[in-house]
Design a protein around this ligand. Structure first.
Ligand code: COA
Length: 396
């Protein structure tokens, strides 16, 4: 088993994200950047960071962003020139056209540099900015975005090309961000996903990166990481909110039982395909799910892989409220900003009182679930299921 896994491991190794290269101040130049061609993930990250700008960057910058975006995604401008009276589109067309034959890779890099510069120029308070200054001594994140604004710390899972699947690096970064949020001045902490998914759960390539000690060592390391990860949610002292912007799978669903509020778009779904993958429940769901929705419904999800729609998840008590996708973001964030104005100590103490009743039990459940999973991860059932996933992908 280990030998086969090792043979398969190389193509599935986690993508190592290159750090952003940021340019202090705004520079609208087209010279080659030190990092030629940002990755698609860095590009997606830059797109998300654009929406976090507090100030309007001005028309010149906006035009440049537009042009670089078009060049990066569609290549050189070959569309017909808009008519003379179509002023806005003509200006946009001119900006795109002015990039000439700049390659899509180079345009992606310039786009990332420009947005990095704009964020840095705001001197922002967020860890996103820290991430652009690699080596500055501040916490840096590569797989998540962390912002703090209006008393809300938002942790955005940010591997949209992989549907925000969670790698070991991402587990560690989320724990660091939770620690940061627990100690910053924010009142509530929010999780959400970049792109069309909330999260596709554990990155299945974690199972094909076999360390020297073989699958037993992989299971031991994975178990230690999982135990710490779930513990971070159990012990988190402030109100924790999930803004579920799309489908959610695996551990991103199970830990929802440890959140204080779960808001979902009507496009979200909730799926825990553990037995399908030869695995077993985690995130304390073997305790929280039957408690929240009753054993009959919980068993359908945890044993028989039933996927819930957002409306069903709400009916069963896993989700607090479902919103139409078209108004999801505006309605949810308006509400969260209002909640974040409530007295912070009162909120935190009340949350801790509610949690304290179950806390020892949750830790015990976490330990038991991790022990079972360590056994599952070395089983043929799990190995075969993970290989089937990647073989099916390879055939597409
Ligand atoms: N682990 C590793 N890679 C994953 C992943 C996961 N959990 N979820 C998605 N990906 C990758 C896919 O392999 C694909 O990579 P590629 O572009 O290099 O081929 C990319 O993300 C996009 O996913 P894709 O499957 O093409 O999108 P989709 O919309 O057709 O399906 C999912 C999305 C999430 C339903 C499907 O990818 C899936 O079933 N993933 C596994 C989920 C899972 O079992 N999680 C663990 C639960 S314990």
């Amino acid at each position: 088993m280990a030998a086969v896994a090792l043979k398969l491991s190389a193509p599935w190794r986690c993508v190592q994200l290159r750090r952003f290269s940021s340019v202090p101040g705004l520079k609208f130049h087209t010279s080659a950047s030190p990092l030629l061609g940002a990755t698609v993930e860095q590009f997606e990250q830059a797109k998300s960071r654009l929406s976090s700008l507090k100030e309007d960057p001005g028309n010149e910058a906006k035009l440049r962003i537009y042009a670089l975006f078009k060049q990066a995604t569609q290549g050189p401008c070959n569309t017909p020139k808009p008519g003379m009276l179509d002023f806005v589109n003509k200006v946009k067309w001119d900006a795109w056209r002015s990039l000439g034959s700049v390659s899509q890779d180079e345009a992606r890099q310039q786009y990332c540099d420009l947005i990095g510069s704009l964020v840095a120029a705001e001197g922002g308070s967020s860890a996103q900015v820290a991430a652009t200054h690699a080596g500055s001594g501040t916490t840096t994140y590569e797989t998540i975005l962390v912002t703090t604004e209006d008393n809300v710390t938002t942790i955005t899972l940010n591997r949209p090309a992989k549907k925000n699947a969670i790698t070991p690096q991402m587990y560690n970064e989320i724990m660091a961000a939770l620690d940061q949020a627990a100690n910053d001045d924010s009142v509530i902490t929010v999780f959400t996903g970049a792109g069309d998914f909330y999260c596709s759960g554990n990155d299945l390539s974690n199972f094909t990166n076999i360390p020297e000690g073989g699958v037993e060592a992989m299971a031991q390391q994975g178990g230690d990481l999982l135990r710490k990860y779930v513990k971070a949610y159990i012990d988190f002292p402030k109100p924790l909110v999930a803004v579920v912007n799309g489908p959610a799978v695996g551990i991103s669903v199970t830990v929802l039982g440890l959140f204080d509020l779960v808001y979902a778009t009507d496009q979200a779904s909730f799926h825990t395909p553990f037995s399908q993958l030869g695995q077993s429940a985690e995130g304390c769901s073997s305790y929280t799910f039957p408690k929240i929705m009753g054993p009959a419904k919980a068993n359908e999800m945890l044993l028989f892989n039933k996927k819930l729609s957002a409306v069903q998840a709400c009916e069963f008590g896993l989700v607090t409220e479902v919103f139409p996708d078209s108004s999801f973001q505006s309605e949810v964030w308006t509400r969260l900003k209002a909640y974040a104005k409530l007295p912070p100590n009162s909120l935190s103490f009340s949350k801790q009182l509610i949690r304290s009743v179950d806390k020892p039990r949750l830790h015990a459940v976490n330990d038991a679930e991790v022990e079972r999973l360590k056994e599952r991860w070395t089983s043929d059932e799990c190995f075969n299921a993970v290989m089937s996933f990647f073989q099916a992908k390879a055939k597409l």
